[in-house]
Design a protein around this ligand. Structure first.
Ligand SMILES: *Cc1c(COP(=O)(O)O)cnc(C)c1O
Length: 397
């Protein structure tokens, strides 16, 4: 059940990524790790160099709100891992998501989005984009025929496979092909799988988004985002929302991300194995009624996943007191985000209280008994002991 869709494909992906992530382009003095270009601007040797650069006849860094070499190294890494022509990095995942949509859409355009999308993406669609005349409709992304039937009249198809909170899958190749035939741009948030375990561009997606704050950085010390895809689309984003709204990534954070990426091929299989161990045990537990983990799904969307990461959710039976469970955890910490070294928990019960009028969990019917768990790099038996004991404390007889 936990078997990846193609063991050979997975082994090659891991091997290629491991070598790619270990080596950098040359810099002055041949450092093994590229420097942090902590500079706001880059000077020109001559009038001619400046004029040619401004005229677009040559590309070289000018000002760090645009190109910065450390940031460009991170962008090149992600583009290579995703099989994309180009990538552009941002100061957060939301910076990348909002800049991408604002660059591609105009008043009157409609987005077709899957249900259970990331909560702040939902807030962007509900709270901010309508002010600009851009609206979103939501469909059950797992129902391929229903998504295709809903496509006409929309400009963008927005996917998250697996989705947030309930980890529902979508058939990316079929949806992207249908979208292309109908003239929609397919955008997918690939933060969960990372390019190690899913490469949506190879399956027809036009643009891939990441919150690099999660597994790409991997150490809970950076907030960052990136969009990768066709050069023509990335250029449009670069020349408009990227440069004009200014949500650029800092050189130091790009350097942290490059550092984090070096261990991606080691970290993810560990998150995967520990996550599966705990998911299996939760599934067998008398007080757990459901475990939402892509490994347990039968959906066609599994075909593009070459592995699983450590984020999933489960639902308690009503006799388990959620606040008491949370407070009884000692190793698993209480906090948002995921993808770092540490295990974290978010109870839907608390998230349902956030901005009620723009709440994706409430809108799409997430159970108050649901717990989202990120399984970190700790010993999985220690983690399981912590979780099992906390459930024991929280079970009301
Ligand atoms: C965290 C997250 C985002 C937003 O990224 P930030 O870096 O926090 O802005 C987007 N999509 C998903 C699926 C996320 O989990």
């Amino acid at each position: 059940m936990a078997e990846p869709s193609s063991a050979v494909g997975r082994a090659r992906l891991l091997a290629d990524a491991a070598t790619l992530l270990a080596h950098d382009a040359a810099s002055a003095f041949d450092p093994v790790v590229p420097p942090i270009y902590q500079t706001s601007l880059f000077t020109f040797a001559s009038y001619a160099e400046m004029a040619e650069t401004f005229a677009g006849e040559r590309r070289r860094p000018v000002y760090s709100r645009g190109d910065n070499p450390t940031v460009m190294a991170f962008e090149a890494r992600i583009a290579a891992l995703e099989g994309a022509e180009a990538a552009r990095a941002f100061s957060s995942g939301m910076g990348a998501i909002s800049a991408t949509l604002l660059a591609l859409l105009q008043a009157g355009d409609r987005i077709l989005a899957v249900r259970h999308l990331y909560s702040d993406t939902f807030r962007l669609f509900e709270r901010l984009l309508p002010k600009l005349g851009i609206t979103a409709d939501y469909v059950d992304g797992s129902d391929t025929e229903a998504v295709i039937a809903a496509m006409p009249g929309h400009r963008v198809l927005y996917l998250e496979s697996p989705s947030s909170m309930v980890f529902a899958l979508q058939d990316v190749p079929r949806l992207a092909a249908a979208a292309k035939a109908l003239g929609l741009i397919t955008i997918i948030d690939n933060s969960w799988a990372t390019p190690l375990f899913q490469q949506p561009i190879r399956h027809g997606a036009d643009l891939v988004l990441h919150s690099a704050s999660k597994y790409l950085g991997g150490h809970s010390d950076t907030v960052a985002g990136i969009v990768a895809g066709r050069a023509e689309l990335i250029d449009r984003i670069s020349q408009t929302t990227f440069s004009l709204l200014g949500a650029k990534l800092s050189p130091f954070e790009a350097w942290l991300l490059l550092r984090g990426l070096r261990s991606l091929t080691l970290r993810l299989p560990r998150h995967e194995a520990s996550g599966l161990l705990i998911a299996e045990r939760l599934r067998a537990h008398r007080s757990v009624t459901a475990v939402h983990h892509p490994a347990f799904s039968e959906h066609a969307g599994k075909a593009t996943l070459h592995g699983h990461t450590g984020l999933f959710s489960f639902e308690f039976a009503p006799h388990v007191n959620v606040p008491r469970f949370i407070d009884a955890l000692r190793l698993v910490r209480i906090g948002v985000s995921w993808g770092g070294h540490e295990s974290l928990v978010v109870p839907a019960l608390a998230s349902l209280r956030q901005t009620p009028q723009y709440n994706a969990l409430a809108r799409f019917g997430v159970s108050p008994h649901l717990i989202r768990l990120h399984v970190g790099l700790e010993d999985p038996e220690h983690l399981w002991q912590d979780i099992a004991e906390a459930i024991g404390v929280a079970e009301q007889k």
